[in-house]
Design a protein around this ligand. Structure first.
Ligand SMILES: *Cc1c(COP(=O)(O)O)cnc(C)c1O
Length: 386
């Protein structure tokens, strides 16, 4: 399907709403029936009728059809956070006594689920370095039901060979789930490599304006229907019609925002690489990246997020650098219009800072829609101060 068609036309039956260009926000919790028979049919199969907006909603459906098409998936569900999409995807595929193989350091709340929630129900998780396929083979146990991936990782950009992992998992009857937030379906379509379920935080690039929290989960019709009728309805964490409308709006400009961010990221990357106060830069599409070839093979693009290791002897120098940025904001998240920075040292007590540990000197930069020179000037003056 043509991407322009998906973004501008797919699922928009404008004759049904006054030929309005922008879709309506159907802000209704419930839907009426003309006969008992119609109501009975809806009760029997809520996934085929508008009954109650915790289930299906017409505005959300427009968004779902577009997002599933972008993922090359048969179907998808949209949640009111990426974390809810992660939770539903995993919960739907484990039972007491099962085992999960996860890549190292997935998204924080995936880690918390594996560590704090699932063990209460007898589900255990092993972490592996997903850069080597043999680590998956070694970690799989007879009771492994899920392989959890995040490629690239959103701090160190570690990548998994998606095709190889999908083949291995299929042979062992294991469900594969990937967090595809970094790439979005524009730059990587995991379903095409044989991955079962792909999810992303739509808070990031899909929303694109730092004003909505949402998550997408895509997969086969069979799997998504099962999740709808169980975890989705029970967790009750579906996206609201208004937030769905904001995401449809975000989608209109997604490809051009990514294109722009990709160009600017390349400029900033080159600036940082030559800077004397920068020890190293991590970015999947940089030739020095340890998995550069695999990144090029399975990703159509990389953008926005990069990590650099600053030369510093004290935590105070890093703090000074960040505190003195005038335009780049210090905040979590990414994917919006505004450039952002997070120093790794903000996650540890200042007294624990060890300059010999490169991780402690990592700064993650997100490149937004500003002019490249504007960002470089901001970085340059902050480097000057330290
Ligand atoms: C932000 C993020 C999430 C969680 O998404 P929310 O919308 O914040 O719940 C999951 N994975 C990655 C990689 C993220 O960056």
């Amino acid at each position: 399907m043509d991407i322009s068609y998906i973004i501008n036309e797919l699922a928009e039956d404008r004759e049904n709403y006054f030929n309005a260009i922008a879709p309506p926000i159907v802000q209704s919790s419930n839907f009426a029936f003309k006969s008992v028979d119609e109501m009975r049919n809806a009760f029997a199969d809520e996934y085929s009728t508008y009954l109650y907006s915790r289930g299906l909603n017409p505005t959300v459906d427009i968004l779902r059809k577009k997002l599933a098409a972008l993922d090359n998936a048969e179907d998808c569900l949209v949640f009111n956070s990426g974390a809810a999409a992660i939770f539903a995807a995993v919960l739907a595929n484990v039972k007491s006594g099962d085992h999960i193989v996860s890549v190292n350091k997935p998204y924080t709340w995936a880690q918390k689920m594996f560590k704090d929630i699932l063990p209460r129900f007898g589900v255990t998780t092993s972490y592996i370095d997903g850069r080597d396929i043999e680590n998956f083979e070694r970690a799989i146990l007879p009771n492994t039901t899920v392989i959890y991936l995040e490629s690239p990782n959103s701090w160190d950009y570690a990548i998994q060979d998606l095709k190889a992992v999908a083949e291995l998992a299929k042979a062992e009857n294991i469900v594969t789930i990937i967090d595809n937030s970094y790439c979005t379906p524009i730059y990587q379509k995991p379903i095409d490599f044989g991955i079962d379920l792909t999810l992303q935080s739509a808070t990031k690039y899909i929303g694109g304006h730092s004003d909505t929290v949402a998550g997408v989960l895509s997969g086969s019709k069979k799997m998504i229907t099962r999740i709808f009728n169980s975890e989705y309805m029970n967790i009750g964490s579906g996206i609201s019609p208004f937030n769905a409308w904001l995401l449809i709006r975000g989608l209109r400009t997604l490809p051009m925002r990514l294109e722009r961010i990709t160009q600017t990221t390349e400029v900033i990357l080159q600036y940082l690489k030559q800077h004397q106060k920068v020890e190293a830069v991590l970015f999947p599409f940089d030739e020095s990246f340890s998995q550069y070839e695999l990144a090029r093979r399975q990703m159509k693009g990389a953008c926005g997020l990069l990590t650099f290791i600053i030369k510093a002897d004290t935590v105070g120098q890093i703090e000074k650098f960040c505190n003195n940025l005038q335009h780049i904001l210090m905040a979590v998240s990414w994917g919006g219009h505004e450039s952002l920075i997070i120093p790794k040292c903000a996650g540890l007590p200042a007294a624990h800072f060890n300059p010999l540990n490169k991780e402690h000197r990592m700064l993650r930069l997100y490149i937004g829609l500003e002019e490249p020179d504007y960002l470089i000037k901001d970085l340059a003056q902050a480097f000057e101060i330290i």
